[in-house]
Write a new protein. Structure first.
Length: 359
């Protein structure tokens, strides 16, 4: 990892007085810095402190990842255009000297000096990615190109947040990484599904052709605090409807299934995957526990209470009938699997939305 010069700079700054007799110490070259440290007898840091870029860093997942990396002592650059990201998600980080916020769109080129890149930038819920489908595809494709170009230039490791939507409406269950998917390339969801598939293609071509150090993850349904109340995802829909005393909208007969991973578990998987050396991916991350939409609605109603009922509406086009990850690879390589049960995760998420709606 390209952290060597940063470690040297930190070490020399800490002992600047001893090296230079209380004169200012500015280290621009890691070789010179290493020499000074050797002469001064300074012990270099053993912890890898990195400068890390997170595109989409003010979003649901990005803000939780920013917190984790800051808590681990890293420097974080959060790049976000605030289409679905929210300043309130990272407000508590703005005064941290290791956190930097850039208002910028990932489809426009950017130049930074970083050690790692997490590319999370893209609206991920149907109402948001269908709002401007052309821009959604551009975000996935041009955002990937810009992140990969930066990674190639500065020799950074780059992480692509792909999605279980690359499997489409699967004909194989559960879905393993070897499955190529069953995707409609011209439907209403295609701007997101095919955009993410193209981004994976770009990542692996940059890896094969240019030696870029990549990591590609496929995220299954994730929920937790900082979801947007209007993002159209089933967990937030049910919770917000129940808290408002509205009926819960179930599409179709409600027997279609999803697997729900709490955000803390997912972020732990992100960090383990990014910092392992065994595979570049793709790797599934999600909770293999499978629930029907009716079961989820009943769990939400049981926790929220009230008089809300379940009502049925027509199933949207291309909506997958079932979705469940095979996480065998993550278990073996990362020693990772979800720890938060659905009921416990729902309790935390309901508390977040209750507070948000009362504000």
């Amino acid at each position: 990892m390209k952290t060597y010069s940063n470690q040297i700079e930190e070490a020399t700054k800490l002992e600047a007085n001893r090296i230079t007799g209380r004169q200012a110490c500015t280290v621009l070259d890691s070789v010179v810095a290493f020499h000074h440290c050797e002469v001064a007898g300074i012990e270099l840091p053993t912890k890898h402190i990195m400068r890390i870029l997170i595109t989409g860093g003010a979003g649901f997942l990005g803000s939780h990842l920013s917190e984790r990396l800051i808590d681990a002592g890293h420097e974080v650059i959060c790049l976000d255009n605030f289409f679905t990201g929210r300043r309130s998600n990272i407000l508590h980080l703005l005064n941290n000297p290791r956190f930097e916020l850039m208002r910028h769109d990932v489809i426009d080129p950017f130049k930074l000096e970083v050690d790692q890149i997490y590319n999370l930038a893209c609206p991920a819920s149907p109402p948001h990615y269908q709002f401007n489908p052309i821009k959604t595809t551009k975000t996935s494709v041009m955002g990937a190109i810009n992140c990969l170009g930066l990674a190639k230039r500065v020799k950074a490791r780059v992480f692509q947040a792909s999605t279980s939507e690359v499997y489409g409406d699967p004909e194989v269950h559960p879905q393993s990484e070897e499955y190529w998917g069953h995707v409609n390339p011209i439907g209403r969801r295609s701007c997101y599904d095919e955009g993410k598939r193209c981004a994976e293609t770009l990542f692996f071509d940059y890896h094969r052709e240019n030696g870029v150090d990549i990591r590609v993850i496929r995220i299954f349904n994730t929920y937790g605090p900082r979801m947007l109340p209007d993002d159209g995802r089933v967990v937030s829909n049910f919770i917000v409807q129940a808290l408002k005393g509205e009926d819960l909208t179930v599409y179709g007969d409600g027997k279609q299934t999803r697997s729900f991973c709490f955000v803390d578990d997912l972020i732990e998987g992100f960090i383990r995957f990014m910092n392992q050396e065994e595979t570049v991916g793709p790797m599934n991350l999600g909770n293999p526990g499978e629930f029907t939409m009716l079961e989820l609605a009943e769990k939400v109603l049981a926790q929220v209470g009230g008089k809300s009922k379940i009502v049925h509406r027509d199933l949207p086009a291309d909506d997958p009938k079932q979705r469940r990850p095979d996480i065998s690879l993550a278990k073996r390589v990362l020693n990772w699997e979800p720890q938060v049960p659905l009921d416990a995760g729902l309790t935390k998420t309901i508390a977040y939305f209750r507070k948000s709606l009362e504000a």
